[in-house]
Ligand binder design. Sequence first.
Ligand SMILES: C[S@@+](CC[C@H](N)C(=O)[O-])C[C@H]1O[C@@H](n2cnc3c(N)ncnc32)[C@H](O)[C@@H]1O
Length: 265
Amino acid sequence: MHSRFQLTKKYIQYWLTASNGKGHGIHSPFVYDFIKNVLNDSTSYPCYQTIEGIRKKMLSNTSIIEVEDFGAGSSVIKTKKRMVKQIAASSLKPKKYAQLLYRMVKYYKPQSVIELGTSFGISSAYLSMANTQAVVHTCEGASSIASIAKNNFEALQLKNIQLIQGDFANTLPQLLSKIKTINFAFIDGNHRKLPTLAYFNQLLASSTATTIFVFDDIHWSGEMEEAWQQIKHHAATTLTIDLFFVGIVFINPDFKVPQHFTIRF
Ligand SMILES: C[S@@+](CC[C@H](N)C(=O)[O-])C[C@H]1O[C@@H](n2cnc3c(N)ncnc32)[C@H](O)[C@@H]1O
């Protein structure tokens, strides 16, 4: 994992070199449309407040739970006994990015969504409420965390979420053998190089031309930087958008020459 200093330096580099986020000089109509209608859509959708209400509850929950440690996701807490509010403060995607996921699903309307890394279900709730016709399959290893997510889904009366508990190494292949096609994948757990690349390859095998991948924390560590470089230059990848804290990947062969954008967000 990069130190806070390294990460800040990288973030400044990103900000200085990225396109300004208004779409000027972006010669891809698809990316221009994405910037205009998805990235910069500043509508305050009603569900934002509802879901953020659940996040607030998690952030003030002082219960201590026993957590199995999966992957390299948590940079702050290493012990097995954890306070809910500490997990909520350190591992959930901030609302800016969770709401971007919402807008992407709302706009591109994927029918079959996968999330690797449910935690308390905040990003899952955004994915679910963005398109109630879609099915969101969300995977979480830690049973105590998964059970809190389940309660949150019930509290929000979400009917289109399937929560699968277990190590991604087992649950992902099982799930993919059942659902066959996946249209949107948010990879937000086990931030290490080889597992990240393995998930990408497994997901690719069940993808269509319009499947969208969102990778979390692509600059979080040397390993994640390497994984991101390999994903960018993978033979299947035709378009990437680097927003620093997430990387978005498109594999549509209609984008004939692979293009890579870094955009301020
Ligand atoms: C960063 S959190 C997910 C946050 C959530 N997407 C959000 O933004 O609301 C990552 C989660 O992935 C789980 N995880 C990490 N590696 C895993 C693995 N190999 N198998 C199953 N779960 C794993 C962790 O237990 C953790 O709860």
